[in-house]
Design a protein around this ligand. Structure first.
Ligand code: ADP
Length: 385
């Protein structure tokens, strides 16, 4: 069923249209007739099922381009066909330019031509509507893309500002903390004379606190470096057995203070792989230090080195507080500190594992973790052999 709204003040023409529509055998037509544009507006508001508007180009209350403009105010999605007199063709052309779909010259069309014009106008308007819709969508997308780009630039600037701040602040913090370390170290070593026993303990505590602060500052600096993409890996052939052995050796006093036992298992000696020895050392130190930090006094830490033709694997296993399943995925994130019974006591920046993983990634290696709360944690680092 095609519903036609006819705006025609000539009764004879209206009767003719009605006749032409009735004689259709392929479609059923319903005709709603009015003589004025103002009345047509009312009908359009009340009857949502109208498919097409046919309007005389010269009505008592509007004419030509004005007519189409008025109709477009009521509806801009319906097709419009104009009836024109033989002398109104210029007017009809401007109506077409304004958005009408077609025009028919009175007295020069039959029923077939009228019905074909109606169907074509409906189809044409449908495609026009779809094309407009697509254009609007494309414009919206373009606008959204521009907004996203602006946001990206803004985020990049913020990120850059953060990197600069981190870098600057940690540089500025490192210098005085290094000074404190030097002078306190000299005092503790008796460089300025014997220290009374009463003072030694407090001085040692000051030294240890400063060390912790320096470690945090170092973590911040290294993270800023990684973020800025300035960390480069310089590989040299390195005996990984010796490297691990010396890390454990250096931390021996530290383990001893906590009565922790460290076991180093390896069947290989020596075993060379190509790595950035300094950076890998710092990454491994961090993971081994964590194993000690998050393990109660008196427990065991086991470092195991295995290899095959393609890879070297270092397992660092502790008998510590463990990490809950829900937190495992967070621990490699920047500033991730997971609460556990020891985390307040031992302190930290939450940057160590982030940095260590970044270094291992830069070696095309991987790091995995398995943990059970109150039983212990094992970090497995795999590097290309
Ligand atoms: P932090 O400076 O806090 O130690 P890390 O990045 O080194 O930062 O570690 C992130 C978090 O992962 C720690 O706060 C801790 O909760 C958890 N974690 C790391 N290693 C262990 C471990 N061996 N046992 C239990 N928890 C650990």
């Amino acid at each position: 069923m095609i519903t036609v709204l006819l705006i025609e003040d000539n009764p004879g023409d209206a009767v003719l249209v009605n006749e032409y529509l009735k004689e259709s055998t392929s479609f059923e037509y319903k005709l709603i007739h009015t003589t004025r544009n103002a009345e047509a507006a009312k009908i359009l508001g009340e009857v949502p099922s109208i498919d097409v508007i046919i309007s005389d180009i010269a009505l008592p209350d509007s004419k030509g381009v004005e007519s189409i403009k008025q109709l477009q105010e009521f509806t801009d999605t319906l097709p419009v066909i104009f009836f024109t007199g033989t002398h109104d063709e210029e007017l009809a052309m401007s109506a077409l330019q304004e958005g009408a779909q077609d025009y028919l010259i009175k007295g020069q069309f039959d029923g077939e031509a009228l019905r074909r014009a109606i169907r074509y106008a409906i189809e044409r308007k449908k495609y026009q509507n779809e094309a407009e819709h697509a254009t609007m969508k494309a414009r919206k997308l373009q606008h959204e893309t521009e907004l996203l780009q602006e946001e990206r630039t803004h985020l990049k600037q913020l990120n850059q500002a953060k990197d600069d701040f981190l870098s600057l602040a940690s540089h500025q913090l490192r210098t005085p903390a290094t000074g404190v370390k030097q002078y306190l170290g000299m005092v503790l070593e008796g460089f300025f004379g014997d220290i009374p026993d009463k003072q030694r303990h407090s001085l040692q505590q000051a030294f240890d606190s400063n060390e912790r602060q320096l470690k945090i500052v170092e973590d911040l600096l290294r993270t800023a470096h990684i973020d800025a993409g300035r960390t480069k890996i310089e590989k040299v052939d390195t005996d990984i057995v010796e490297l691990l052995g010396s890390i454990i050796d250096e931390q021996k006093n530290h383990f001893a203070k906590r009565k922790q036992i460290v076991e180093f298992n390896t069947k290989t000696k020596p075993y060379k792989i190509s790595v950035d020895a300094d950076k890998l050392r710092m990454a491994l130190e961090n993971i081994i230090d964590n194993a000690s930090k998050y393990t109660p006094d008196g427990k065991k830490i086991t470092v195991t080195l295995t290899h095959n033709k393609k890879t070297v694997t270092i397992d660092i296993a502790d008998q510590g507080v463990g990490i809950g399943e829900e937190d495992i995925s967070k621990i490699f994130d920047k500033f991730a500190r997971v609460n556990n019974p020891l985390s307040h006591e031992v302190g930290g920046s939450g940057l160590g594992l982030f940095w260590a993983k970044s270094i291992i990634d830069l070696h095309n290696g991987s790091i995995a973790v398995k943990s059970e709360v109150n039983k212990g944690t094992t970090f497995s680092i795999t590097l290309p052999a």
